[in-house]
Design a protein around this ligand. Structure first.
Ligand code: 5GP
Ligand code: MN
Length: 336
């Protein structure tokens, strides 16, 4: 948690109405969207003018969150986003640890700004760009950090159903529905309080996970057919080419969670999914692991990425086939 002195300073900053901008990482997930919108609704209660700018589009499966219609998309609405950022009295940066996680276009602009920033994030190795840094890898989600941040400011009474709905969303998605090891009794106490605030927790699960298109399930079928096991390395992987994505009418968010299937096979401790993106000219990779296998280090070292010990991501500029071969070669090398 931030020090008492920092909390007092932030509280006095928030005492008078300000222009506040919230930003999260590129390709925002449930935690990025939930923490940003949760904080937005909280700061609005304190009479601030608050805008959430996402670097690029958010996935459809999160579009039901309150006020996603007001989210400014930096890469599509550059002319609108630029003056908002420049005129901000305060910028909250959520769910990322380094400015480059906002993508090339937004990074360029953020690096020109000297507006005070507050980082709230749970990834390893936070960069030192913010005036106030609340960074703690023991948290399973940034949403739970926002909850503790609001409480530290003494404003639990301001957490309403809207805020609680946003925060619950990020806690559920980043914890794999309360499965992952960073799910603690504190997480459940937080969630208990969010339920007391009136959220419909069961409905939120439905909105998040029982809202697939037929094509998305067919794409999942294809992904599972493409799943390969490498028993000698206790590893598995899935690949999806652009052509395969197109055949199933791929939309942003459709591949969310598919990577976890590779880890659900008995004895597997590390898995990856390789997704071809022709438009960006990259292979987007997600890694998942169990126990001590550190995919954050693996992604940083070999695939221009990062994340957490058991969940990380990265990218490759080689072809899909080359990238997969590279992955297998690295596993062989690391086994030695
Ligand atoms: P996912 O695989 O669900 O996209 O991401 C898993 C975790 O790794 C998340 O915490 C996410 O922020 C992080 N991550 C995903 N892709 C990248 C990347 O390209 N670079 C870095 N530094 N982190 C990533
Ligand atoms: Mn997160």
């Amino acid at each position: 948690m931030l020090s008492e002195k920092e909390i007092t300073e932030i509280k006095s900053l928030l005492n008078t109405p300000k222009k506040i901008t919230i930003i999260s990482h590129r390709n925002p997930d449930g935690d990025a969207m939930g923490s940003s919108l949760g904080l937005l609704h909280f700061l609005k209660q304190l009479n601030h003018e608050v805008i959430f700018i996402s670097p690029n589009e958010f996935p459809d499966f999160l579009a039901w969150l309150p006020e996603t219609n007001k989210v400014v998309i930096f890469e599509r609405e550059y002319d609108k986003a630029l003056p908002i950022l420049q005129k901000s009295d305060l910028i909250f940066t959520l769910d990322f640890n380094a400015i480059h996680r906002t993508g090339d276009a937004m990074q360029k602009i953020l690096e020109t700004l000297s507006n005070p920033m507050i980082m709230i994030d749970h990834h390893q190795f936070p960069d030192d760009y913010a005036k106030y840094t609340f960074s703690d890898v023991s948290y399973g989600s940034t949403c739970q950090m926002i909850y503790d941040f609001i409480n530290a400011l003494g404003y639990n009474n301001l957490i309403n159903k809207e805020i609680a709905t946003c925060l619950y969303t990020g806690i559920v998605t980043d914890s794999g529905s309360f499965r992952f090891p960073k799910t603690t009794s504190e997480t459940h106490k937080c969630v208990a309080n969010l339920i007391e605030k009136g959220i419909n927790n069961s409905e939120i699960h439905n909105l998040l996970f029982d809202n697939s298109s037929y094509e998305r399930l067919q794409l999942l079928g294809k992904a599972l057919q493409n799943l390969r096991v490498l028993p000698e390395y206790k590893a598995s992987y899935i690949s999806l080419s652009q052509e395969e994505l197109n055949a199933f009418d791929y939309k942003k968010g459709d591949t969310e969670g598919i990577v976890n299937y590779g880890l659900s096979i008995q004895g597997i401790i590390v898995t990856a999914i390789f997704i071809e993106n022709k438009e960006e000219g990259i292979i987007k990779i997600s890694f998942r692991s169990q126990g001590d296998f550190d995919v954050n280090e693996f992604a940083r070292k070999h695939f221009n990425g990062g994340g957490h010990i058991n969940a990380a991501g990265g990218k490759s500029f080689s072809s899909l086939e080359e990238t997969v071969n590279q992955f297998i070669a690295i596993l062989a090398e690391e086994k030695k």
